[in-house]
Design a protein around this ligand. Structure first.
Ligand SMILES: Cc1cc2nc3c(=O)[nH]c(=O)nc-3n(C[C@H](O)[C@H](O)[C@H](O)COP(=O)(O)O)c2cc1C
Length: 190
């Protein structure tokens, strides 16, 4: 059984990223289980190196890092804020990237980790500009970032309850992208 960790990188109630995660979880076939990092689960201050000695932060960071490290693949859904990733995503990643320094006996969360990027935006870009940033960040961290991505534009239009009802053509694109990513997960970890 392979485990996929989904990270919807928005703190907003009713977030489109969370909705997209729900939709993508529904596309996982047999042989996959998933974990979702819910917004309320992370309470890390804005990264400041002076806070690295704070034991309560390290105590919160280690189990979060372990969830990333235990996953066979990561799916990150980030909103686009002014053509960049969300500050919540960047902050979480900045803290996680310090695990080798703060808890050296813990596994590095990103090492050769297959990762699929996705974004849902109420605008016309579908978050494609923010994902360029995300691609740079996660490649730098050591992830195997899938060359494709999922960008949902005009997200309000497609939203239906906790999921999306896309056009047939776009739904097929999303399914194909997930299939391709899941085969990368299978290939890189078998
Ligand atoms: C500060 C801010 C900046 C935004 N910048 C962009 C942008 O650059 N491109 C875009 O398509 N949407 C932008 N949006 C709209 C977001 O796509 C929209 O708020 C989306 O719902 C955010 O994701 P969420 O629902 O998961 O929180 C921005 C929204 C905010 C609040």
């Amino acid at each position: 059984m392979k485990k996929i960790l989904f990270f919807p990188a928005s703190l907003r109630r009713g977030s489109h990223q969370r909705r997209l995660v729900g939709h993508l979880c529904g596309l996982l076939g047999a042989g996959f289980e998933y974990d979702i990092v819910e917004a309320g689960e992370i309470d890390l201050p804005i990264y400041n190196q002076d806070l690295e000695g704070n034991a309560s932060i390290v105590d919160a960071l280690v189990p979060l890092g372990a969830r990333f490290a235990a996953a066979d693949g990561l799916v990150v859904c980030s909103p686009e804020y002014k053509a960049h990733v969300s500050p919540y995503l960047k902050n979480t990643v900045d803290w996680l990237s310090r695990i080798p320094r703060l808890a050296p006996s813990e596994p590095y969360p990103f090492s050769m980790k297959p990762l699929l990027l996705a974004s849902a935006s109420t605008g016309w870009t579908g978050g494609v500009l923010g994902l360029q940033d995300a691609r740079k960040i996660f490649s730098y961290l050591g992830c195997l970032v899938h060359p494709g991505q999922i960008c949902v534009s005009s997200a309000d239009h497609w939203a239906q309850g906790d999921s999306y009802r896309f056009s047939e053509e776009f739904a097929a694109h999303v399914r194909n992208m997930m299939e391709s990513f899941l085969s990368l997960v299978g290939v890189s970890h078998d």
